[in-house]
Write a protein that binds this ligand. Sequence first.
Ligand SMILES: Nc1ncnc2c1ncn2[C@@H]1O[C@H](COP(=O)(O)OP(=O)(O)OP(=O)(O)O)[C@@H](O)[C@H]1O
Length: 735
Amino acid sequence: MEEYSTLEGTVHSIIFQNPDNGYTVLRLLTDEGEVVNTVGCLPCAAPGERMLLTGRMEVHPQHGEQFSVRDAERRMPAEEDEILSYLSSGAIKGVGPATAARMVERFGSETLDVIERAPEKLTQLKGVTSKRAMEIAQSFRSQMELRRLMEFLARFELPIVLAMLLEKRYGGTALDVLRENPYLLAGGTFGVEFSTADEIAISLGIPADSACRVEAAVLFELDHNADNGHVFLPREKLIDATARLLECGCEQVERALDDLMERCAVVQEQVANVTACYLRRLYDAERYAQRKIELLLSAAADQGGGVEELIGRIEEEQGISYAPAQRQAVELAARQGVLLLTGGPGTGKTTSVRGIVALFRRMGLDTVLAAPTGRAAKRMGELCGMEAQTIHRLLGMSFSESTGEVSFIKGEKEPLEADAVIVDEMSMVDLMLMAALLRALRPGCRLVMVGDPDQLSAVGAGNVFSDLIRSGRIATVALREIFRQAERSAIVRNAHAVNEGRLPALDNDQGDFFFLRRRDPVRTAATIVELVQTRLPEKMGVPVEQIQVLTPTHKGEAGTVNLNRVLQAALNPRRPDRRERSWGERLFREGDRIMQTKNDYDVVWEKPDGTVGTGMFNGDVGRIEQIDPSGEWLTVNFDDRLATYTADQLSEIDLAYAMTVHKAQGSEYRCVVLSAVNAAPALMVRGVLYTAITRARELLIVVGDEAAVGRMTENDRQQKRYSGLKWRLRGGERA
Ligand SMILES: Nc1ncnc2c1ncn2[C@@H]1O[C@H](COP(=O)(O)OP(=O)(O)OP(=O)(O)O)[C@@H](O)[C@H]1O
């Protein structure tokens, strides 16, 4: 266990302070008379302030010994000399050392009280007009408000950065707003657990049956289930889950739900035989998606005259002869406003898309290519020989700091100029993104959606791709034939076998697919390290950077957490010239491969050509280039973008030597090493194994237990997601 110690004293001087996240380096004069270098999140800290700190001594490679703060109890300066050094430090706008001295001489230990509560008295001092007195009071009060907000959050062990977000959203009244309704912290923008918001409410004496509590719980349940993929919840389930969360009666929840419906925060509608309750934004997205798709379908393209001849010329040009289904796909793309193209690996999707692109070009259609992730877009662009972008970029995404909401420049008012949009990796597109994309299409714009419906579902809410397919309303071409070139690959053969519920061949004479039996997770992890560190680079000529270790789970010896630890130790061990920075349980080192684990629209990046932008997205992988000696920021190289992370953004990155199969969705690697050991039942499913296998382009090594491989192959249970899109497209509402 970590050994923590305490340190008590007065701030002597501030060496560095980041106003955005509160990261501070200061000198503390302890009560024993020692000066100790201290680092941590201590926003607005100023000389003269008293602190009782908990933390531990660390040895920094550049700065030597320093005390790293975990918790802080802070008191404003009370003694005259403390107040003087606080005010002299420039902590308050409009007060310099000379004014500070005059203030303390006149008001003594009451000085701070006078500034806050009776600033008019300051005009008794020479040179202080009433305007200046008010400015001084204003500066001090807003600092105090922020401090009180921070102290309030700190009492509930909430991250200090929340104070900055709350202040941006609610200004100087943030603490009052929060005291009135602490539940606004739960879920959504601020991402706090309901139970924590509840704890705050209880401490403030808010009654358990208050309307704001029950309503917040209903919204929290809907939000939480949307994170698990559900677009709506059946009314009964929602009421039941909320009542269990609150340990209250169902009638109370029903009342809250009705109030929320009245205010249109929740929408209730009959979907088939289910009474569905939707969060407003998801309801709007689903309705919009249905209507816009119908609009695109009704603007029947049918400009198919002479298409056969054009296809013939394209075949000649590309030196290829399309299989019947591929030909049908290219033809339908010309004739239909909306087309779905589905197929597993090696079934010729990309070849068909290339044909569609060539055909659209000849038809004079302005075509754009897009995919849900950066990696998928990059690959699509390379294979199709023209630029492809992420859907977010195509739509001109922006992020509002004050509301925490994402918005898109492109939409109904300012649609894309394109005549046709082709989207790859559709299985990863969730409902909100689909609605945003549809909003940006002009009526009459063609939409071709390509993907493999057997891949794992999108991370966000919805079943968009399979709902569209199963609605039966949209022209669909399913490519089933595996092409001969692809058929030679055991990766492709085994992927199809698994998809059909047959065990993959594990007999090791297959060129690109190998199985190493390790029944014990500890040995599995050891073998994976050996493969990545020596065997694959030395014996198979695969550079370490082109190998990705995948595993179904975070937990256990062969889960991401442990694999990352042992792979880091083997591939990027501790060295005197490589700086380190720890964050919670994680240790980052210069040279480490890392991954962004959530969307952050604030991370600033720069390209070598000087282009600057913001935003890194869930699943982006990069390498730590430099850790600042103060530990306050680090830079990460993502392909060609150098991104800077501040200390409070470190919670959003993790080591990526190993990652879960879910996180690898939409990415491809030259070589995949898959850890196949037992994990939680929800993860031992066919979709996980199938997705893992199809991530490997040239080489796949499965390390583990064939029983685990068997369990995954057999279990094709897919988690049911509540969604109404298929039903709506089938005309359910009109029935
Ligand atoms: N009509 C065709 N005639 C001959 N070969 C073809 C034809 N269509 C595709 N191929 C070949 O089959 C292989 C797989 O095709 P393609 O890359 O288009 O499939 P895919 O479905 O996009 O596969 P993946 O999802 O694995 O990338 C390629 O080598 C491609 O050249």
